[in-house]
Design a protein around this ligand. Structure first.
Ligand code: FMN
Length: 380
């Protein structure tokens, strides 16, 4: 076993993480929008996916590899972009990018990361993807795409499910302000978490270094307001066309849920999509991502590489998503829980948990290759 048996699952890591991250940062990581119904649906709909095992098969060896955009990854698992990752755990972005490179799984760096994108591209030369919230200003957008390209990222992910910054009540009540500052109120919570505080002293207060060249953003009261101020209110087809002409590598749209939107993505020359509801953080009435995935017509899978995230917490969830047609499944929170629960080795440990669970699930189901897991396992 390549991980600590005292923390054998993502759920265990989440429990430990809560005790090690200041309340305002844990609420930011854990929270959803509104009554958090969408957040709950992501889990309950995944739990409802039943798979029928096939015994009478030799499963001594199983192949967990997964090919995406011409690259053979070791697992059908990836790290979703998480803004302010270093606020949840200091230096998390560096540790996670390195762990993903070592494990050969995709690592998606957020526009709202606080580590220079060039640093991450160097740490994850084979597996680094960049997620872009589309800036309002065209010249800023063009410059960012040029930097991402020059840095050597392998894919560009455009997030479309955030036409406006969300109003998340916990963030408002906690008084999380941007640029991030430890106000007396936040400081009081931070000193109850000594390891986090010492590491923050060592690595510094996170700030949006990747956006810094484009001017100072001052006096913004909460994250939602910041996002609305800096980024487009809705990514239009024209923008996607423009991005397509600027970016030659794999182009992935993150957040569409409806078949018609996916159809349009394909018509615009997009290579792949991440079916996502932003982890239940944008629209409480949104369908779970697994339900949206289950309703896609087959012909869309032939046209686009379909990936899913939102609610994935175990290797079995990755297999469930694969059975429903996703080529791979990503998670955001799993990796930050692990960083906070374990420290610098957290990324490696949680990937090993997923690897073990994916392998065991395939063996238990009588499926020798991850790539062959399909809808036939949903039937008796
Ligand atoms: C704290 C937090 C910050 C996030 N920041 C971003 C972001 O900057 N860009 C983005 O495209 N998605 C962002 N997301 C959404 C994730 O990329 C991903 O869709 C989601 O975390 C997957 O669900 P899971 O956390 O339940 O695994 C964020 C999610 C969380 C929880």
């Amino acid at each position: 076993m390549n991980y600590d048996p005292a923390l054998p699952s993502v759920a265990d890591m989440a429990v430990r993480a809560r005790k090690r991250i200041p309340g305002f940062a844990f609420d930011y990581l854990e929270g959803g929008i509104g009554n958090e119904e969408c957040l709950r649906r992501n889990r309950s709909d995944l739990n409802d996916v039943i798979l029928w095992p096939r015994y009478l098969t030799d499963v001594t060896e199983v192949d967990t590899r997964c090919k995406l955009f011409g690259h053979q990854y070791d697992l059908g698992l990836g790290v979703s972009p998480v803004g302010l990752g270093n606020m949840m755990w200091p230096n998390a972005e560096v540790h996670l990018a390195s762990a993903a490179q070592e494990a050969n799984i995709p690592y998606v760096l957020s526009t709202m990361s606080t580590t220079p994108l060039e640093t991450i591209a160097e740490l994850a030369p084979d597996v680094g993807w960049f997620q872009l919230y589309v800036p309002r200003e065209h010249d800023v957008m063009q410059d960012m795409i040029k930097r991402v390209d020059n840095a050597g990222f392998n894919a560009l992910v455009i997030t479309v499910d955030l036409p406006i910054g969300a109003k998340r009540d916990k963030e408002l009540k906690n008084g999380l302000i941007l640029p991030f500052r430890l106000t007396p109120r936040l400081f009081k919570q931070a000193i109850c978490r000594p390891t986090w505080s010492l590491l923050t002293l060592r690595y510094g207060i996170p700030n949006f270094v990747n956006l810094a060249p484009y001017g100072k953003v001052e006096n913004i009261n909460h994250l939602g307001e910041f996002l609305t101020h800096f980024f487009t209110s809705g990514v239009t087809p024209e923008r996607i066309r423009e991005i397509r002409s600027l970016w030659q590598g794999p182009l992935i749209i993150k957040g569409p849920l409806r078949s018609a939107d996916l159809e349009q993505c394909h018509a615009l020359g997009v290579d792949g999509v991440i079916i996502s509801n932003h982890a239940g953080r944008q629209l409480d009435a949104a369908p779970s991502s697994i339900k949206a995935l289950s309703q896609l017509p087959q012909h869309l899978h032939n046209k686009l590489t379909v990936i899913i995230d939102s609610g994935i917490r175990a290797g079995l969830d990755v297999i469930r998503a694969k059975a429903l047609g996703a080529r791979a499944a990503f998670s955001g929170r799993s990796f930050l829980y692990a960083m906070a629960a374990v420290g610098s080795d957290g990324g490696r440990q949680v990937i090993e948990i997923y690897r073990d669970e994916i392998k065991r699930s395939l063996q238990q189901l009588g499926c020798k290759e991850f790539e062959s897991m399909d809808a036939s396992w949903l039937e008796p």
